[in-house]
Design a protein around this ligand. Structure first.
Ligand code: FAD
Length: 243
């Protein structure tokens, strides 16, 4: 174990939460270290909001074009090219870890890679180095809730969905929150016959209440963008199996 390095603040995580705290404390003159066990950048920039917005944005454009069919727009060719879209998405996400690291270094924030482990109330170990600080911020984000069902290991989580090079012909989204709703749009616009099913689980908090009625009506009437999104609620998913 190397010599202990001392800081005013250690942030565990490099997502939005940790980055904001680290930068503000550094700007106030504190010595700051930041740690991540995954590539720097956190969920929003790498596996969440930003890549999702690329998919949703493209789905929106295609939907607009289709709705303008016969109103001055020839819709021929307006469909999502998934593989190309994924390549485009990576032009945004791939540079994030390095640019994040560069910006921390520019701010004189010490960067460490690897899982952080507490060794005491004011000390953590990362990659064989011991760090100590007056304050330690845990900003390690969230992970998907366990469903506790047989075959759970077969489920594709959102991280993996955002890396799919090809789309399966039909998709079931478990959980009726905003991410399911947004994710369901892009695949269904890829081709006319690629339905997405959203299962609004009994155990989930459910579709965002304010939009629920409107979404339900739109899905039931198969309106525009909702043409092949089927919503089932409320249901419990008892098990998953292959095939
Ligand atoms: C698909 C998807 C779409 C989303 N869309 C939106 C949206 O449109 N709008 C919105 O507001 N929010 C959205 N969110 C939510 C948003 O991404 C999160 O709320 C936000 O990123 C959380 O930021 P955070 O800094 O708390 O944690 P994170 O960004 O998750 O960062 C936590 C970091 O801690 C690291 N870490 C964990 N444990 C350790 C350890 N022991 N040692 C070292 N490092 C560790 C992780 O590797 C990770 O990089 C979305 C989320 C997902 C998954």
């Amino acid at each position: 174990m190397s010599m202990t390095q001392r800081f005013d603040l250690i942030c565990i995580g490099t997502g939005t939460a940790a980055s904001t705290v680290a930068s503000r404390c550094r700007a106030a003159g504190w010595t700051v270290a930041i740690i991540d066990k995954r590539p720097f950048g956190g969920t929003c920039a790498l596996r969440g909001c930003d890549p999702k917005k690329v998919l949703v944005g493209v789905a929106d454009v295609v939907d607009w074009a289709r709705r303008m069919k016969g109103r001055g727009v020839d819709e021929t060719g307006f469909r999502i090219e998934w593989a190309e879209l994924m390549r485009f998405k990576r032009t945004f996400t791939d540079p994030v870890p390095q640019s994040k690291e560069d910006s921390f270094r520019k701010e004189d924030i010490a960067t460490f890679h690897g899982p952080a482990r507490f060794t005491g109330p004011n000390s953590v170990e990362v990659g064989g180095r011991l760090l100590e600080a007056r304050y330690i911020v845990i900003a390690t984000g969230a992970k998907p809730a366990s469903l506790g069902i047989a075959g759970e290991d077969l489920i594709t989580i959102s991280d993996q969905f955002l890396e799919l090079d090809t789309l399966p012909p039909r998709i079931i989204f478990i959980g009726g929150g905003y991410i399911s709703m947004e994710f369901a749009h892009a695949p269904q616009l890829r081709a006319r016959r690629s339905p997405s099913f959203i299962v609004d689980c009994v155990r989930s908090k459910g579709l965002i209440p304010i939009s629920w009625r409107w979404l339900w009506r739109a899905c039931a009437k198969r309106e525009s963008i909702f043409k092949s999104i089927f919503v089932r609620r409320p249901l419990n998913v008892p098990a998953m199996r292959c095939g």
